[in-house]
Design a protein around this ligand. Structure first.
Ligand code: ATP
Length: 707
């Protein structure tokens, strides 16, 4: 029999099972719809208990139907033949037949772990592992691994080769794809790492760190839904571009209880996308900024009133600048939070005025409480208090740093003259352009330092909580929204996540670790990153210390990933040659796929550069089916975006910093020489050179751009 016939026969075998699964799925969807309808009919009964039961039925049925709908495509992707003679199918969700026998095992269930972990050296009871590829409900391909030939029963067929490689050669789309069908053993170990403590995943470019982090989030939600869906999972990535790229992965895994944030949007109220040059980011990210901000948070208000004069029952009461300063200082000792001790400051003003009034023997002076009430009623006095000790927003205080004299005095002894000058240059743009990504951590720090009257935590609006009356859910949309709301309605600045995932963690500055740490006090953590890709130009020890502080004394489990699944070996060789210059001993991942296409390096003059960039992007459009990344130096992004304006959407323009974590089928890296000035730049160059799966062209005006 020819190989093709054997393959067709085996496909037919699997198709039979897959048909069974989809038939059962259709039945389950019908059941879910019926449950919803029946839920409504219960309303007719009208008793209190029936209404609660109705809401519960409607909610669970709607959630079940949603899950059944999202997992439709490629539902079954694996089969395990065990040495016990048993067979398990592995898929995106677990499905049982009507006698409760499993038709498909959820990939996150313990029984599915062997699908990812079994190897010929350690087959874990698996004789044959089969990957099933399908399109819609149709099985299109099969790839087998025979793991334990000695245990194979007579007639067991083994077909295909290279399922992983086949999956890696698919075109890259706008969003990251899930890897659930081809997770590798070392990745699976990290995904299923214990739920508590800190899981640290390191590995070079393209080793699947992001994929692992996201699949781990899905795994945690599956393994302990109450804990992780209840508390929520926070996923932090470096940029908005990156967050959009990964946003598609979690819903496709059937989970919508994760909150995705970039470093510029982690704090509610800010949507920062502006990046600082690396030398400025290093200053803003340094822990020394905490002291600078602490000083600012205790300083007098610019243009605030310098004295208080009140005519009280014919007598002038007066607090001069010195006295006001003394009161402010005594009400605001070091460590006190200004917005929280405002009342204490006001009390001291009353005390000082009362003492004066008594000393000056004001005629008809009432008791102190009446004296205070009289003053508190006077608009001129209230205006004074508001101007002298306003409620401070973090942005208001950060703006004080734009005043050169103030910045110098806050930074005295903490930052060098040059550092102060650089910071000043950056803050000059604060009013016109809004905060940078690094500023958001400073604003969060100020919020912490100043304190604020916390809003009471909003109670979760659970559609089944009947204390406030039965909720009338009517349309399908409302039911869906209610089902989601039950899980995701949290305080705007929610800080009690059950798990925090930090992707591209090598780029999180010390001040940003503090910002993230505040939101993960009660969380377990997954931290993924690659120190060789960091753009951090500041003190590396400080970075380690601040990370350790955020993670606290939680137990740590570390995993290292060693295979680069993204780049062709030809492309990774270029990236590797660059990072070797500054990190000769760095262990690098091995790239498993060769395309036979060498990267291209072109040099031109400044005049020709725009046309050439466009020409190359057009050529790459013809060469690859997926996305094309035009990677630019940070300051020239908008200018270069004009050069490729009007090309299809597959062409995306990003800065070298925004390219962090991203992946494209083809990359044009423009002016690579702009990234070789310092080690942080070379590490960013390494990132930019390791984004492409198939084609890489470097193009610039400097023939000697290589470090
Ligand atoms: N087991 C796998 N099967 C198929 N594809 C995989 C597998 N692991 C990773 N990939 C693919 O490899 C590419 C790189 O993965 P990912 O972005 O998670 O790597 P990374 O380690 O975060 O990379 P970087 O540090 O460079 O940002 C993605 O396209 C991902 O889908």
């Amino acid at each position: 029999m020819s190989d093709a016939t054997v393959l067709q026969q085996e496909i037919a075998v699997e198709q039979k099972h897959v048909d069974l699964v989809y038939a059962r799925l259709a039945e389950l969807r019908r059941n879910a719809s019926r449950a919803e309808k029946e839920g409504y009919q219960l309303a007719g009964v009208g008793t209190f208990g029936a209404l609660v039961e109705r809401d519960a039925m409607v909610f669970h049925a709607a959630r079940r139907r949603h899950a059944l709908d999202t997992e439709y495509e490629g539902l079954v992707f694996g089969r395990l033949d065990l040495n016990t003679g048993a067979t398990h199918y592995v898929g995106r969700m677990g499905i049982r037949d009507d006698s409760s026998q499993p038709l498909v095992v959820d990939w996150r269930a313990p029984a599915a772990a062997a699908f990812y972990r079994a190897t010929p050296a350690d087959p874990l009871g698996v004789v044959r592992r089969r990957m099933i590829q399908s399109s819609g409900e149709r099985v299109t391909g099969i790839e087998d691994d025979l793991l334990d030939p000695d245990a194979a029963p007579e007639g067991m067929r083994v077909v295909g080769d290279g399922a992983l490689l086949a999956s890696l050669s698919k075109a890259t789309g706008r969003g990251m794809r899930d890897i659930v069908a081809t997770i590798q053993r070392e990745q699976d170990e990290a995904i299923r790492s214990p739920a508590s403590g800190v899981t640290i995943v390191t590995g070079g470019p393209g080793t699947g760190k992001t994929a692992v982090a996201l699949h781990r989030a899905a795994y945690l939600l599956y393994s302990d839904r109450n804990r992780f869906a209840g508390g929520g999972i926070l996923v932090v990535g470096p940029s908005g571009v990156f967050v959009d790229y990964i946003a598609t992965v979690l819903p496709s895994l059937g989970e919508d209880t994760a909150t995705l944030r970039s470093l510029g949007t982690l704090v509610p109220g800010y949507d920062a996308t502006r990046v600082d040059p690396s030398d400025v980011a290093a200053i803003k990210g340094s822990l020394r900024m905490r002291r600078v901000l602490e000083r600012a948070s205790h300083d007098a208000v610019p243009d605030g009133p310098t004295e208080l004069r009140l005519l009280y029952r014919g007598t002038l009461l007066r607090l001069d600048a010195k006295e006001l300063e003394r009161i402010r200082r005594s009400a605001l000792p070091r460590g006190a939070r200004r917005n929280e001790v405002r009342g204490a400051g006001f009390d001291r003003v009353f005390d000082a005025l009362w003492a004066q009034a008594r000393q000056q023997k004001v005629t008809g002076l009432p008791e102190k409480p009446d004296f205070e009430a009289e003053l508190a009623d006077r608009p001129d006095f209230r205006d004074f208090l508001k101007a002298w000790w306003p409620r401070f927003t973090p942005m208001r205080v950060l703006r004080w740093l734009t005043v050169p004299g103030r910045l110098r005095s806050y930074a005295h002894g903490l930052l060098s003259k040059e550092e102060i000058a650089r910071l000043q240059g950056s803050f000059d743009a604060l009013d016109a352009q809004g905060p940078t990504i690094a500023d958001v951590a400073l604003l969060d720090e100020l919020d912490e330092l100043m304190g604020r009257p916390r809003k009471p935590q909003r109670k979760t609006k659970n559609p089944f909580h009947v204390r406030d009356g039965i909720q009338e859910l009517s349309t399908a949309n409302e039911r869906q929204a209610a089902a989601r709301a039950q899980q995701v309605q949290r305080d705007e600045d929610y800080r009690e996540y059950a798990h925090v995932v930090v992707d591209e963690s090598q780029d999180v500055s010390p001040m940003q670790w503090r910002m993230i740490g505040r939101r993960g006090t009660y969380a377990s953590w997954t931290i993924v990153g690659d120190p060789a890709q960091t753009a951090w130009a500041g003190d590396p020890d400080e970075l380690d210390r601040s990370r350790d502080k955020a993670l606290g004394s939680r137990k740590r489990n570390s995993y290292a990933l060693t295979t680069n699944y993204r780049n062709s070996s030809e492309i990774f060789a270029v990236a590797a040659s660059v990072i070797r210059v500054i990190m000769p001993d760095l262990p690098l991942p091995s790239a498993v796929r060769s395309t036979g296409v060498e990267p291209v390096d072109l040099v031109t003059d400044a005049g020709r550069l725009p046309d050439l960039v466009r020409e190359i992007a057009e050529k790459q459009l013809a060469d690859v089916d997926g996305t094309i990344g035009v990677i630019t130096p940070v300051p020239r992004r908008d200018e270069m975006a004009q050069w490729v304006a009007g090309l299809p959407e597959r062409v995306q323009v990003v800065t070298a910093l925004e390219a962090k974590g991203m992946e494209y089928d083809a990359v044009v890296l423009v002016e690579p020489g702009s990234l070789t000035k310092d080690p942080a730049g070379i590490r960013t160059l390494y990132v930019a050179l390791s984004r492409a799966t198939q084609r890489l062209t470097t193009l610039g005006t400097d023939p000697d751009w290589r470090p």
